[in-house]
Design a protein around this ligand. Structure first.
Ligand code: NOJ
Length: 545
């Protein structure tokens, strides 16, 4: 097995702004995050993905960048960033950053120059049209809060293209100078020792309406160039793409191992939620069957929730309705006509058994698990906050004021901490969960430890095994060094299933993870009794690892 770090990684995504505030100004910062690195080491994560922390007017949680080469002064300065990455490295934790280059903020000096002077060298950094394009109101990404993808700029006396909000003008990827700028940005941060990028809005980098791409150029070629630049500068750095594309296109984005190393499996994510809603393993089986075999050094990124809405746009309407009905029935829980703006545990009705089963499933399906901060303790959402901010409240560390996030007065905290009910910081926080061996935090830590001992889930080819109940998913992942089996009961009822791995050449199985006391099992065929939302992992063969 050719080892690459990202196939057996456990990625943890966080926002510096809401993680830990070291100086009491109400805003999280790099120094605060650095102090929490031992917590992350204890949890077992091996890679941190940082949401954008660059100078920004902050109208889209930092995804509107006004300077690619600095740290927003609210979070510290470049020196604090370097201290943080150094401390992370000392603990064996890699760091990847968001690369947001589909667009800039409209406050970026490039856009300011471009709009104020048609002769500016920056004019062509963006995409312009003299008249309003016919499709200006189609294809908006944020329906309900975004009206158009072309907006008139009075100063420029022209329309500019923007896939996202109107304050995020799209960069013109067809312009070689823009590509040069992007290389410089990547090179800068790689030189500071990071291990790669999560590439924001990847499909839009190569699909730019109105841009003058060379007509004969294969648009995917740009992704190959980007990868090649990255690999020359930093051979073990990765590109993890946010590319919610259909399965027939996905291999183009992997480019036979020459483009993105990893792509988030949005299709699986949506089908996993459908399976949870229906208490039926069918949709997950369908998503597994739909995924093409990946090139050897390519990988899926698996996740339950992230910093955005749970996007259900790839499901059929009736399926989406089913998920809405189960997990986001109130219109205020829904967003952009396609998604749910809630955290994971509240969607599961607060049922930690169900949540842990879903984590186990996500960790055992082929790919690298990616955890959204706070989900390890089952944090809640705050639906009084706007749009996706509902799932971006400050980390809850302890029962002190502001959940230990900050010593500032609550009115000065950057975003309200959840302080009421079952999900309030008084009840749900890291400190309490550390002390309880059966807390979500400690169970997730055990799951992470076992996942790291099971590289087969990261490297192996998946096969779905027969199960005798539709609510039960049994699957295995094999490499030349071993075979692992996962069995998951999606139902709220106890289930029995027959697990038979004789065909896989096994004479016995060893249980390595589960939600109940372990049993010793001889033989390759077993009748398993699973509790409601029960799950087990097995290694084939007699060897107790
Ligand atoms: C995708 C990011 O995940 C999202 O949070 C952001 O709003 C858009 N890209 C625009 O940058």
């Amino acid at each position: 097995m050719f080892e690459v770090w990202f196939k057996n990684a456990v990625i943890y995504c966080l926002d510096v702004e809401t993680y830990a505030d070291s100086n009491g100004d109400g805003v999280g910062d790099f120094a605060g995050l650095s102090e929490r690195l031992d917590y992350l080491t204890g949890l077992g994560v091996t890679c941190i993905w940082l949401l954008p922390f660059f100078p920004s007017p902050n109208r889209d949680n930092g995804y509107d960048i006004s300077n690619y080469y600095d740290v927003d002064s609210r979070f510290g300065h470049l020196g604090d960033f370097v201290e943080f990455t150094q401390k992370a490295r000392d603990r064996g934790i890699r760091v990847i950053l968001d690369l947001v280059v589909n667009h800039t903020s409209n406050q970026h000096p490039w856009f300011q120059a471009a709009r104020s002077d048609p002769k500016s060298p920056y004019r062509d950094y963006y995409i312009w049209s003299e008249s309003e394009p016919k499709d200006a109101r189609q294809g908006v990404v944020f329906p309900g809060v975004q009206d158009a993808i072309w907006t008139y700029d009075k100063q420029a006396k022209a329309y500019y293209h923007h896939r996202f909000y109107d304050f995020q003008p799209d960069l013109n990827m067809a312009n070689p100078k823009v590509r040069e700028e992007i290389r410089k940005v990547m090179g800068f941060w790689l030189e500071l020792g990071i291990s790669g990028f999560r590439v924001d809005a990847a499909p839009f980098l190569i699909d730019q309406e109105g841009a003058q791409a060379h007509p004969d150029e294969n648009p995917y070629r740009y992704l190959t160039d980007m990868r090649s630049f990255l690999s020359w500068r930093s051979p073990d750095a990765i590109l993890l793409a946010e590319a919610n594309v259909t399965m027939d296109k996905v291999l183009k984005y992997f480019g036979d191992g020459t483009r993105f190393h990893m792509i988030f499996n949005f299709y699986l994510n949506q089908h996993l939620f459908l399976s949870l809603a229906k208490q039926d393993a069918g949709p997950i089986r369908e998503a597994i069957a739909a995924a093409p075999p990946l090139p050897d050094l390519s990988q899926w990124g698996n996740f339950l929730r992230n910093h955005d809405e749970l996007d259900l746009g790839r499901l059929a309407e009736a399926e989406r309705e089913q998920v809405f009905e189960q997990f986001g029935p109130d219109p205020k829980m829904q967003l952009y006509d396609r998604g749910i703006r809630r955290r994971f545990l509240p969607m599961m009705g607060g049922d930690e058994r169900r949540a842990m089963m879903a984590f186990s499933l996500m960790f055992s399906l082929p790919g690298t698990p990616v955890i959204w901060y706070g989900d390890e303790i089952g944090m809640g959402d705050d639906l009084t906050q706007k749009e996706r901010q509902a799932v971006r409240t400050p980390m809850q560390w302890n029962p002190d004021e502001n959940g230990g996030f900050s010593t500032a007065s609550p009115k000065d905290v950057v975003r309200s901490v959840i302080s009421k009910g079952e999900y309030g910081y008084q009840k749900r926080n890291v400190m309490h969960q550390r002390r309880d061996p059966n807390s979500m935090l400690n169970r997730l830590e055990r799951l992470i430890r076992m996942r790291k001992e099971c590289p087969e889930f990261g490297y192996g080819q998946i096969a779905v095994l027969p199960s005798t109940d539709p609510a039960v998913l049994a699957h295995c992942c094999a490499t030349s060094s071993g075979t692992l089996v996962g069995v998951h009961n999606l139902s709220d009822q106890p289930k029995k299933t027959r697990l038979d791995v004789t065909d896989h050449g096994a004479k016995s199985i060893v249980e390595i993870l589960g939600d109940h006391p372990y049993e010793v099992r001889k033989g390759a065929a077993h009748d398993l009794e699973l509790e409601p939302y029960g799950f087990r992992w097995f290694r084939l063969g007699d060897d107790i690892p």
